[in-house]
Design a protein around this ligand. Structure first.
Ligand code: ADP
Ligand code: ASP
Ligand code: MG
Length: 414
């Protein structure tokens, strides 16, 4: 089989752990598999590089930031290959540009546009383990190094698996799979044997960082089978597969939270045709992704608009919004960075009423105020005060019967 494996930061967080991963890869080679291994930077390295940059300039040029951040993965792949050498495992490292992982030019959040696999295939044919730096790519037009956004190594791995037609993409991490919620917040969270692409996509986009959202998009588009599992045990993890392969159907399959968003409100906006486009076009042109938009009913021809953006884009969005407010004659731009979004996700919601009211009642039972609500076919999200995040996750997890100690609420039980 051709297997693409990805190991996250904690999995390669020390010399011993890198050696452990090299031994794991060697065992699979011994079983006769061809292996492509994608690595993240060692735990904490990306954060400390960001910290170094911040000490020099709070808003460094995105291009230089990518040159800096790409070094984290460069270290880990080289160290891995040195570890491989000591145990007689033939391996060669490739940086993003050497592996021909081509992206657009959006520094810091680049999208993979193409992967040229010729060099990787050659190395595999020579009997080598190919060790690719995660999270980085090349903008072909400018020749610049790009990075894919935090957690982007998952996407490198799935994109490679898709391009190479790998049999499976194994994502090795510090938990045993995808759980009903973050097991580090709710210890009674249950590991799911399988989850559909669609639900995983929602979970990832709503904050469950166990898989990067774009990795799930790629997997769904190209039918890549993902197995999320632990680096530190041999137990089976969670398969991410098409919906028709899921046997255990729960009404709600997970609770997610996201503390990485901030809220902006622009008040007394003249309520005229075209105004929403005037507000949101410049924001989208700046590459800022807007989530949850709410427009109030207007009073005396004026309305308020509230929306959320990633915290990392907050200052930029606020600046743009201030300019727009002046242009269109709006009153004020208000911001709130101390917010979190909690969400419940489940395909079963399509056929079951009452999930939303149950969610609101659960939050009310803990006196948690809901700031905004947003729903789609398979999820309900509420924005709340950040300080209540963990409490909200635990009460929702319990309310929907997701714990190890609770009987699962199957689809046919309303
Ligand atoms: P890696 O460095 O291996 O990429 P990440 O930190 O990006 O690992 O992702 C793994 C983390 O995701 C876990 O430690 C866990 O805290 C978090 N997580 C959030 N939601 C979930 C979930 N539903 N299931 C499993 N892990 C989750
Ligand atoms: N090293 C990058 C990060 O910390 C990418 C990754 O780990 O996936 O976000
Ligand atoms: Mg990750």
């Amino acid at each position: 089989m051709l297997i693409v494996q990805k190991y996250g930061g904690t999995s390669v967080g020390s010399i011993e752990r890198i050696q452990n991963v090299a031994a794991k890869v060697q065992a699979r080679v011994a079983d006769g598999h061809q292996m492509v291994v994608v690595l993240s930077a060692m735990a904490g390295v990306t954060d400390s590089l960001i910290d170094l940059a911040q000490q020099i300039n709070p808003e460094p040029a995105a291009r230089e930031m990518d040159v800096l951040l790409a070094t984290g993965e460069q270290q880990s792949i080289a160290l891995f290959c040195m570890a491989a050498e000591t145990i007689g495992l033939p391996a060669q490292s490739l940086l993003g540009f050497q592996a021909a992982i081509l992206t657009d030019n959006m520094f810091g959040k680049a999208r993979i546009t193409d992967v040229e696999t010729a060099r990787i295939k050659e190395l595999l044919d020579e009997g080598k383990v190919v060790v690719v730096a995660g999270f980085q790519g090349l903008d072909w037009d400018s020749g610049d190094v790009t990075t894919l956004g935090r957690g982007g190594s998952d996407t490198t791995a799935v994109a490679l698996a898709a391009a190479l037609g790998a049999d499976v993409c194994e994502i090795f991490t510090d938990v045993e799979g995808v759980f009903t919620t973050d097991p580090n917040v709710e210890p009674s969270a249950r590991k799911l044997a399988a989850i559909s692409y669609e639900e995983m996509l929602e979970m990832a986009s709503l904050g469950a960082k166990v898989l990067d959202i774009r990795s799930v998009e790629f997997a769904a588009k190209f039918g890549v089978k993902i197995h999320v599992r632990s680096t530190f045990t041999d137990r089976e993890g969670t398969m991410v597969v098409p919906e028709d392969q899921i046997t255990e159907r729960l009404i709600i399959s997970g609770v997610a939270y996201n503390k990485n968003e901030a809220r902006l409100t622009i008040t007394d906006v003249p309520d005229t045709p075209g105004i929403a486009s005037q507000i949101f076009s410049p924001i989208s042109q700046a590459g800022i992704v807007v989530d949850v938009i709410i427009q109030n009913t207007s009073a005396e021809g004026k309305t308020d608009m509230t929306f959320t953006v990633p915290k990392t884009d907050y200052e930029a969005a606020r600046r743009i919004l201030k300019d727009i407010a002046d242009q269109i004659g709006a009153a004020e731009v208000l911001g709130d960075t101390e917010i979190a979004k909690v969400s419940v996700i489940g395909i079963g919601m399509r056929n079951h009423a009452g999930v939303a009211s149950k969610m609101f009642a659960a939050l009310a039972s803990e006196n948690i105020n809901i700031k905004t609500i947003n729903t789609s076919e398979i999820k309900i999200s509420c924005v709340i005060d950040e300080k209540y995040t963990e409490l909200a996750v635990r009460v929702l997890h319990k309310t929907f019967g997701l714990g190890e100690d609770q009987p699962p609420v199957a689809e046919d039980v309303t």
